[in-house]
Write a protein that binds this ligand. Structure first.
Ligand SMILES: Cc1ncc(COP(=O)(O)O)c(C=O)c1O
Length: 483
């Protein structure tokens, strides 16, 4: 940044709160400059850093062809063109709100009801998270977030709002479960630093873990936030990606079963980016049980409305129950199959992943391939994976993981053949370079790691949330605006 620019532009324009100035972007750049293609560039980088659900697009394409009236740019639909084109009410099309509410109910097994009048739209979950944060917290306030967590949170919840994120440390020793103790200790750290905690952000199912929160944990989190009189935000954008037991349980179910808790403190974030695989449509939803938040968020949504053309198309699609039922079932079946292929392929060369049943990725454990248990060694290994194995996977540090050696590998943004090529490359790499570290030396690592972790934690709190640890692999808009 030139000195002059710092003086003439705003703090937001000149700080690096977007988080793109990081070595982690090298992975995206490596992919963008050398993208794999089966015939034109078979040695290129395979993109496994993109949490996109592309496995069931044939079903959507078939529906589009069978429903030309849903699109206002077809002969069958053009009669609606004018009405849709001039509609601009920030409440959104009534049919759209109704269709989204019904879809959210269906994904939750029709065990809960959603009021269409509380559906507030925004530009993807990205916009929804930011709008909600603007409603709940002031600059300098903080939200607690169990780590590892989605790197985009650092941008979406903090960059323009001035809010901080404080990680709730979770560990592999209990499969990264959120405990009351971890929540209390993050809360205490904030208090000791004179930071006001305004809420807890959960991501269920989790990106990057691919696990769902059980009823006990959800209830514990709800009790925690209720006792502290802070907000509970649940990002449930992966709710329909669950492909095996245990089932997804929404915070809406827990709220319904607990009439005594303060409903005004509970908010759900939703989006069609993952469940339907439409990140390009930018359909994000804020569902708050709080009237004031709902009203304010709706007014703020003027800044990031979903276009009425998209609302119109999506309303028709989601109200087609036969299609929706088929899509949800088939998509989860295909995700489960793909997850199985990746997990088995990794297991063949001794690589374990965290046991998971949702999401579009595996949380891969490469601790045995680190030269030592540090984040520097994780970075070193990651560079080898990008530059030599030619796979863009995402290192755990970018998810604020507390332990080095974990990597997120996305599996639903490519076809079967590309997945096979990726697995072959992993096999070759492990067979040539893999060295399983003796249990004894691993024990030694563990004690080193504990020291390393406590320093890291202190550093993070001192530096403020978006500078807490190495940045996310979020692509620069100059590279690619997707994760
Ligand atoms: C947990 C989580 N929340 C929010 C988002 C942002 O989603 P959207 O594309 O709807 O803005 C993502 C995208 O990867 C995500 O993984």
């Amino acid at each position: 940044m030139l000195r002059n620019e710092e003086q003439i532009l705003s703090k937001i324009a000149t700080n690096d709160g977007h988080g793109e100035n990081s070595a982690y972007f090298d992975g995206w750049k490596a992919y963008d400059t050398d993208p794999y293609h089966p015939t034109q560039n078979p040695k290129g980088v395979i993109q496994m850093g993109l949490a996109e659900n592309q496995l069931s697009f044939d079903l959507v394409q078939e529906w589009i062809l069978n429903n030309p009236k849903a699109s206002i740019c077809t002969e069958e639909g053009s009669d609606d063109f004018k009405d849709i084109a001039i509609f601009q009410d920030y409440h959104g099309l009534p049919l759209f709100r109704n269709a989204v509410a019904r879809f959210m109910e269906k994904v939750r097994g029709n065990r809960v009801r959603f009021d269409p009048d509380r559906i507030v739209m925004s530009g993807g979950a990205t916009g929804a998270q930011e709008t909600l944060t603007f409603c709940l917290a002031d600059p300098g306030d903080a939200l607690l977030v169990p780590a590892p967590y989605y790197p985009g949170n650092d941008r979406d919840l903090t960059w323009r709002t001035g809010v901080k994120l404080i990680p709730v440390m979770c560990y592999s020793s209990n499969d990264f479960k959120i405990t009351r103790q971890a929540l209390e200790s993050a809360y205490k750290i904030a208090q000791e630093s004179n930071i006001k905690v305004k809420g807890l952000l959960l991501n269920n199912p989790s990106n990057p873990l691919g696990t769902v929160l059980n009823k006990q944990t959800l209830t514990e989190c709800l009790n925690f936030t209720n006792e502290k009189n802070i907000h509970l935000i649940c990002d449930e954008i992966y709710s329909a990606t669950v492909f095996s037991q245990p089932n997804f349980i929404s915070i809406a179910e827990i709220v319904q079963e607990n009439p005594k808790i303060n409903h005004d403190l509970v908010h759900i974030i939703y989006s069609l980016s993952k469940d339907l695989g439409f990140p390009g449509f930018r359909i994000g939803i804020i569902y708050s049980y709080n009237d004031v938040v709902t009203n304010c968020a709706r007014k703020m949504s003027s800044f990031s409305l979903v276009s009425t053309q998209t609302q119109h198309l999506i309303a028709s699609m989601l109200l087609d129950e036969v299609f929706v039922d088929r899509f949800i079932k088939e998509s989860s079946k295909r995700l489960g199959q793909r997850h199985g292929v990746l997990s088995r392929g990794l297991a063949q060369v001794g690589i374990k992943s965290l046991k998971s049943n949702a999401g579009l990725y595996n949380w891969m454990d490469l601790r045995m391939l680190l030269s030592e248990p540090t984040f520097e060694a994780e970075m070193e290994l990651w560079r080898v994976i990008i530059n030599e194995v030619k796979l863009n996977v995402s290192p755990g540090a970018s998810f604020h993981c507390s332990e080095p050696g974990w990597f997120r590998v996305c599996f639903a943004n490519m076809d079967d053949e590309t997945m096979m090529v990726a697995l072959k490359r992993i096999h070759k790499f492990v067979n040539q370079n893999g060295k399983i570290v003796e249990a004894s030396s691993r024990k030694m690592w563990r004690s080193k790691l504990e020291v390393n972790l406590s320093f890291r934690r202190l550093d993070e709190i001192m530096m403020g949330s978006h500078k807490m640890s190495p940045h996310s692999p979020m692509p620069s808009p100059l590279v690619r605006a997707r994760t």
